[in-house]
Ligand binder design. Structure first.
Ligand SMILES: [Zn+2]
Length: 298
C-alpha cells in the first residue's frame, strides 16, 4: 500500500517527506497505457504532486502541478488533494523512449528542456494561487527544485524513482523524497543535510532493499533528531462525477450544445484522469440547456 511519511527535525531546520508511490504509478501506467519514458515522467510527477498536496494545510484544498516542455511528451498534469491522493494525465502517453548510455530512461528527452512548470493551489475560494518557473532540465526532480527556489525561495532537494520490469515493462517500484530547509536552518544543518543527500542511494534501490518510508526518511536525515509529523496512506483517486461533467457542458454556449444534439444525437465525455465515460442522450442535453436558461433568468 502506498504511503507518505512526513518528518521534521527537532531543531526546526529541515522538513522531509518520503513516498512509496508504487501502486499510484502502476495505476497510471494501466489507465494511460504509457510508454516507458511516459511512465517514468508521469510517475515522478505524481510522486511529487502527492507529497506537495499533503503539505496543504486546508482540508479540501487541491494542488495542481503542470509541466509543459518542448519534448514529444507534451503537457503533463497532476492534481493532488490535501491527503496526498493524486491523479494525472499526459498529452502523449505513447511517446518514444530514449535511454542514456547506462540504460537509464532519458526523461528529459521526452519532457524537453525548455518550458515551464506551473503550480496552482486552490483553496476553494474561487481564486486559485498560480506560480510558474522555468524548467531546469526536464528530468522532473530538478524542475521541482527549481520551482521551489525560483517561486517560493525554499531551498529544496528531491529525488524520484520509477523501476520497470525488464521483461514486460510493468511498474515494479516507485517513490520519491522531498526535503526542504526551514528558516531556522543554520549552515551546519545545511552541510550535514547536503552530505546525507549526496550519499543517499537511488530511491528504487532503497525500496527494493525493503526499506520503509520511515527508514528512508531517517537515512536522509541522519545525524538529526527526527520527529514524525504523520504517515498517510495515499492512492490514485479521481474526483470526476456526472455532476461535474454536466457543469462543464453547461459552461458551453447553447449553440454548441444544440450542435451536439443535432449532429451526434448526444455526447460522450470521457475523463482525462481515469477514462470513465459519461454518456448524454439528446434529452439529457436538452435538460442541461433548460437548466442553464432557468439559471440565467434568475
Ligand atoms: Zn475521472
Amino acid at each position: 500500500m502506498d504511503k507518505i511519511i512526513r518528518c521534521i527535525t527537532s531543531d526546526g531546520a529541515v522538513m522531509a517527506s518520503v513516498i512509496n508511490s508504487t501502486d499510484i504509478v502502476f495505476t497510471a501506467q494501466k489507465l494511460h497505457s504509457t510508454s516507458p519514458a511516459a511512465t517514468a515522467a508521469i510517475g515522478r510527477l505524481l510522486s511529487a504532486a502527492s507529497m506537495m498536496g499533503a503539505q496543504l494545510k486546508q482540508k479540501g484544498a487541491t494542488l495542481t502541478v503542470r509541466i509543459k516542455g518542448d519534448g514529444p511528451l507534451g503537457t503533463l498534469v497532476t492534481v493532488a488533494d490535501s491527503n496526498g491522493n493524486v491523479r494525472g494525465y499526459l498529452e502523449n502517453s505513447t511517446c518514444e523512449t530514449e535511454h542514456y548510455h547506462k540504460g537509464k530512461i532519458n526523461v528529459a528527452a521526452a519532457v524537453g528542456k525548455n518550458g515551464y512548470i506551473d503550480v496552482m493551489r486552490d483553496y476553494g475560494t474561487g481564486e486559485p494561487y498560480m506560480s510558474r518557473a522555468e524548467l531546469a532540465t526536464g528530468e522532473i526532480a530538478e524542475d521541482i527544485t527549481s520551482y521551489y527556489v525560483q517561486s517560493e525561495q525554499i531551498p529544496t532537494a528531491c529525488g524520484f524513482g520509477v523501476l520497470l520490469d525488464k521483461e514486460d515493462g510493468e511498474v515494479m517500484l516507485a517513490g520519491g523524497f522531498l526535503i526542504q530547509l526551514l528558516p531556522g536552518a543554520d549552515e551546519a544543518a545545511c552541510d550535514k543535510l547536503e552530505k546525507n543527500i549526496s550519499s543517499l542511494e537511488p530511491m528504487t534501490t532503497m525500496l527494493a532493499k525493503g526499506m520503509s518510508v520511515e527508514e528512508i526518511c531517517r537515512t536522509a536525515l541522519q545525524g538529526f533528531d527526527v520527529e514524525i509529523i504523520d504517515e498517510l496512506p495515499v492512492h490514485y483517486v479521481c474526483s470526476c462525477s456526472r455532476e461535474r461533467v454536466i457543469n462543464s457542458i453547461a459552461s458551453l454556449n447553447n449553440d454548441e450544445i444544440e450542435a451536439m444534439i443535432e449532429e451526434d444525437g448526444g455526447a460522450e465525455v470521457s475523463c482525462n484522469f481515469c477514462n470513465k465515460k459519461y454518456v448524454f442522450g439528446s434529452e439529457d442535453l436538452r435538460q442541461i440547456i433548460e437548466l442553464k436558461n432557468k439559471k440565467e433568468k434568475n
